[in-house]
Design a binder for this molecule. Structure first.
Ligand SMILES: [Zn+2]
Length: 219
């Protein structure tokens, strides 16, 4: 009995955010409650497309994204998707006749990281929203430099012609474009441009997080 209790304690999951083992959970109820959603409204528009973002990129949401992206905690993609689903439920968005796409990663970068976090989130979200996930419509054909140190003009230049839309995979559905973090919005803007070039215009964007830079006006 005593021995099994010790084992139980040792193997109990601790919360990734407060280290508490009480609930035997990676994401305890106290930390869940602490997570703050953004206001339930459009964050901004880019090229006439509505952009929604669930949380500010700080505190627990930031940690969730970092753990997923850089610490290989792939199971957190479903936690993120659940939060995104909650947010859209409260917003009351109607996604009937939608298909999900996500910000694509270049195949070399995906090979290096082993996964595209946006893809993992999108697959989970597509299950929760009961929407098809379209893997093939848009690809990143240019292996772009990391963006965090680039100025806005350099970001735009870096992303020029980075995406390729393959219209043969367009199913006449509206598109829900998923991102994990919106900073300046240049990536989303370039994707929207590429889609619009192919006359695909019914797009809504949903990001899990946004930084404070995300109000910069870009076309
Ligand atoms: Zn916790």
């Amino acid at each position: 009995m005593f021995f099994s209790e010790i084992l139980n304690f040792l193997y109990k999951k601790s919360c990734l955010f407060c280290n508490n083992k009480k609930e035997n959970s990676f994401f305890c109820s106290k930390c869940r409650k602490e997570l703050k959603f953004n206001e339930f409204k459009i964050l901004r528009t880019i090229n006439e497309i509505k952009i929604y973002s669930c949380c500010n990129y700080s505190g627990i949401p930031q940690k969730l994204v970092r753990l997923l992206k850089f610490h290989n905690k792939k199971f957190l993609s479903s936690e993120i998707a659940k939060l995104m689903k909650n947010y859209t439920d409260i917003l009351g968005l109607d996604f009937s006749d939608y298909e999900i796409i996500c910000v694509p990663m270049h195949k070399l970068k995906k090979k290096k990281r082993g996964f595209n976090q946006c893809e993992l989130i999108s697959v989970e979200l597509s299950k929760l929203l009961e929407l098809p996930y379209n893997f093939d419509l848009i690809k990143r054909i240019k292996n772009t430099k990391p963006m965090y140190n680039l100025k806005i003009n350099e970001r735009i230049e870096n992303l020029k012609d980075a995406f390729e839309v393959n219209k043969k995979y367009f199913h006449n559905k509206k598109l829900l474009l998923i991102d994990d973090i919106i900073t300046t919005g240049t990536t989303i803007s370039e994707i929207i441009k590429s889609l619009k070039k192919e006359d695909i215009t019914e797009i809504t964007c949903l990001s899990f997080t946004n930084t404070d830079k995300s109000n910069i006006n870009i076309k």
